[in-house]
Design a protein around this ligand. Structure first.
Ligand code: PLP
Length: 387
């Protein structure tokens, strides 16, 4: 796979590159008269009213390292061999957008295939990056499950060497994920066609309760020897929504390629936002870098996932107990934060106007918005509008 062989290292940024070079210099006599404000003994100044240094263009190296371990595996050889070009990104959205810009710059004649349906912003991201968008079949409305044969056909029929966007786990908005067996088939078909898989992983941990288990699809692709792209977000699984912290990584053939690709990602980031924000990255690296805090976080992710799973069971039981004649197994079959209920836009409108229940018109219920206090009320309302 020659996806990144033609990429040369980007020139150093004339301003931010100064601090990078300064940090790398081992001389005791080094002086930085480049960018930020230092005190009289050369330490960064922490103003009483807050002063935070700039991160490098690629963001927090510590946060990025921890993110890679979470996705590629704690003891991944790919990390040891430095084959992954990775930068901190402005949460999952920013990671996708950075990748889209990278794709547009280095593979200008390609398109991105996204699933039907998908997170609506995927359309905007690749459109604004100037990458043509194609779709592939994913959800089967009748079965409210995966359209596996449609998906496989669309992978097969796409021009060789296309980019495919895959939700790594807990697909938004449908809550429908391929099984492990199906992921294997998808991986080998993508390989056979020479496509490039980009994973969007906005909900690691929310599907199964375990971030490690939720990385399964990615690991299958890695075992098959793909080069991949990966957009990670900590908005949901660390509750860091407004901190905008995530990671974009691109697995390359070797360290030389990874250095070139990373430098080019930074070159794209520089005119967009220069460098990513510090606070959220510090939270992530602190939590993931400390064994006790990480253990606590893993427990908390499990609690969040279990709460969603519990609400699915209760919502379904309530609907069945009310005597609804419709099948509701998909509520418990689907996973992650969302339930693609199958309700029509008109039924959703009635939920809002008659029952004050608010949700998107595609019938998507955020399970996290339900709780033991309101699930009975919501079940009754759904029963009424779908009678
Ligand atoms: N990708 C998917 C599939 C999502 O559902 C979301 C959030 O809803 C995101 C990416 C990005 O979210 P954020 O930019 O807040 O990390």
């Amino acid at each position: 796979s020659s996806w990144f062989r033609n990429i040369e290292p980007a020139p150093k940024d004339p301003i931010l590159g100064v601090t990078e070079a300064f940090l790398a210099d081992q001389s005791p006599n080094k002086v930085n008269v480049g960018v930020v404000f230092w005190d009289d003994v050369g330490n960064p100044v922490l103003l009483p009213c807050f002063f935070w240094e700039y991160l490098p263009m690629g963001g927090s190296i510590h946060m990025v390292e921890e993110s890679l371990k979470l996705a590629y595996g704690e003891n991944s050889d790919l990390i040891k061999d430095k084959r992954i070009a990775a930068v901190q990104a402005l949460s999952g959205t920013g990671a996708c957008r950075l990748f889209a810009a990278f794709q547009q710059r280095f593979h200008p004649n390609t398109q991105i295939y996204i699933p039907v349906p998908t997170w609506a912003n995927h359309h905007n991201i690749w459109r604004d990056a100037g990458v043509p968008i194609k779709t592939f079949r994913y959800y089967h409305p009748e079965s409210k499950g995966l359209d596996f044969s449609g998906l496989m056909d669309d992978i097969k029929n796409a021009p060789d060497g296309s980019f495919f966007l895959l939700h790594a786990c807990a697909h938004n908005p449908t809550g429908v994920d391929p099984s492990e067996e199906q992921w294997r088939d998808i991986s080998s078909q993508i390989k056979a066609k020479g496509h490039f898989p980009l994973f969007d992983m906005a909900y690691q941990g929310f599907a199964s309760g375990s971030p490690e288990r939720d990385a399964r699809a990615i690991r299958i692709f890695l075992d098959d020897g793909h080069l991949i792209g990966l957009a990670q977000s900590y908005a949901k699984n660390m509750g860091l929504y407004g901190q905008r912290v995530g990671c974009l990584s691109v697995l390359c053939e070797d360290v030389k390629q990874a250095v070139a690709v990373k430098s080019q990602l930074q070159l794209i980031a520089r005119p967009m936002y220069s460098n990513p924000p510090l606070h959220g990255a510090l939270v992530v690296s602190t939590v993931l870098g400390d064994p006790d805090l990480k253990k606590l976080w893993l427990q908390e992710v499990k609690v969040m996932a279990d709460r969603i799973i519990g609400m699915r069971t209760t919502l379904r039981e309530n609907l069945e107990n009310l005597g609804s004649s419709l099948p509701w197994q998909h509520i418990t079959n689907q996973i992650g934060m969302f339930c693609y209920s199958g309700m029509t836009p008109e039924q959703v409108d009635r939920l809002t106007s008659d029952f004050h229940i608010y949700m998107t018109r595609n019938g998507r219920i955020s399970m996290a918005g339900l709780n033991t206090g309101n699930v009975g009320y919501v079940a009754n309302a759904i029963y009424e509008v779908t009678k």
